[in-house]
Design a protein around this ligand. Structure first.
Ligand SMILES: NC(=O)C1=CN([C@@H]2O[C@H](COP(=O)(O)OP(=O)(O)OC[C@H]3O[C@@H](n4cnc5c(N)ncnc54)[C@H](O)[C@@H]3O)[C@@H](O)[C@H]2O)C=CC1
Ligand SMILES: O=C([O-])CC(=O)C(=O)O
Length: 354
């Protein structure tokens, strides 16, 4: 029950020095890498404004980038101050991973080279995977053991796997890769096709790799039409579309944005990163979301690669949705993306040997 001064309980002013309203939790430390880059420029505001960890959770932001970007990062720090955000209790800009990861509860690993037109994301592997080896080692040394790590930098699934491998003291379940942008793209395509608001479509799945082999799967998706829930395949009534145009549009959306913008998706990537981490911290209810997680072999997928599955989240723990029927078409798609992930893993391990 709130009392007249706005605090949740009456305060004994003899004993307590109040520096923040008692309804506020203690601040959590959150790191964003690649903090001087494109995605971070949209993401930082979302984190600091309360959209990710909730309107009652203050955050202390650790911003990591490489030494030559410290000047640019200074400008970002100025802008964060100029936002005058009540939940932002402090900012630490740094080029030192061990300083950046110290005691963090959440890590957005964005910093990595983006692809240019004509490249596949796995072409970034040799350049980027070493970053995730080094950052895994730093997380292992200094982060909280319950840190939730979201890898955004490409190739995201394999980078997340490598990061986890080099942070053996942190549970594997705490490392995830972002396929939420693909999920959001898929949901948006389906909503437009059916002619409903995007929030009325749910349970579309992204299986596998955040690459052009991913399988956007609408076979279990539901849509609300005139207040009643209906399977998406019945609402669209065009299996050929769902197996071809829908799949390839989502698979190639990143490349389409690069062709148009000459730079890769950033606004939508930041929104997806916020969605992913918010759902991981605050839960999903019975809604399914897609996350790249270390595979336990569910649905006949290769073990020990970071594979995107449908999950639900409660109490900060994700759980793979079980018992879905896999059609022959889906089987082929899952096998194909799983094979690519197994190959990427081998390539990444070879790079990390040096
Ligand atoms: N998983 C997904 O759905 C998506 C992933 N991406 C990927 O996210 C990554 C970042 O994209 P943008 O922000 O657009 O790139 P950007 O080039 O604008 O920014 C990247 C930043 O990372 C920094 N950086 C490089 N090495 C670093 C290191 N070792 N430690 C810390 N920072 C480092 C760079 O200096 C730069 O400031 C790319 O790999 C891109 O392909 C982009 C969109 C969606
Ligand atoms: O396409 C890219 O390189 C960036 C990305 O991962 C995406 O937009 O999905």
């Amino acid at each position: 029950m709130a009392c007249c001064c706005g605090y949740s309980e009456p305060i004994d002013t003899e004993r307590v020095v109040v520096v923040a309203p008692l309804t506020m939790a203690a601040p959590i430390k959150v790191v964003v890498t690649g903090a001087a880059g494109q995605i971070a420029y949209s993401l930082l505001y979302q984190i600091a404004s309360g959209a990710v960890f909730g309107p009652e959770q203050p955050v202390y932001l650790h911003l990591l980038d490489i030494a030559p970007m410290m000047g640019v990062l200074e400008g970002v720090v100025m802008e964060l101050a100029d936002c005058a955000l009540p939940l932002l209790t402090g900012v630490l800009p740094t080029a030192n991973p061990e300083e950046a990861f110290k005691d963090v509860a959440a890590a957005f690993l964005v910093g990595a080279m983006p692809r240019r037109e004509g490249m596949e994301r796995k072409d970034l592997l040799s350049a980027n995977v070493r970053i995730f080896k080094e950052q895994g080692q730093a997380l292992d040394k200094v982060a909280r053991k319950d840190v939730k790590v979201l890898v955004v930098g490409n190739p995201a699934n394999t980078n997340a796997l490598i990061c986890s491998k080099y942070a053996p003291s942190i549970p594997k379940e705490n490392f995830t890769a972002m396929t939420r942008l693909d999920q959001n793209r898929a949901q948006s395509q389906l909503a437009a096709k059916i002619g409903v608001p995007v929030q009325d479509v749910k349970n579309v799945i992204i299986w596998g790799n955040h690459s052009s082999t991913q399988f956007p799967d609408a076979s279990n998706a539901l849509v609300k039409i005139n207040g009643a829930e209906k399977p998406v395949p019945a609402a669209i009534n065009d299996d050929e579309y769902l197996k071809t145009t829908f799949v390839s549009t989502v698979q190639k959306r990143g490349a389409a944005v690069i062709a148009a913008r000459k730079m890769s998706s950033a606004l939508s990537a930041a929104k997806a990163a916020s969605d992913h981490m918010r759902d991981w911290f605050l839960g999903t209810g019975d809604r399914w979301v897609s996350m790249g997680v270390v595979s336990d072999g569910s649905y006949g997928t290769p073990r020990d690669v970071v594979f995107s599955f449908p999950v639900t989240v409660s109490n900060g723990k994700w759980k793979i949705v079980e018992g879905l029927t896999i059609s022959d078409f889906a089987r082929q798609m899952l096998d194909n993306t799983g094979k690519e992930l197994a190959e990427e893993k081998q390539d990444a391990l070879d790079v990390c040997k040096d």
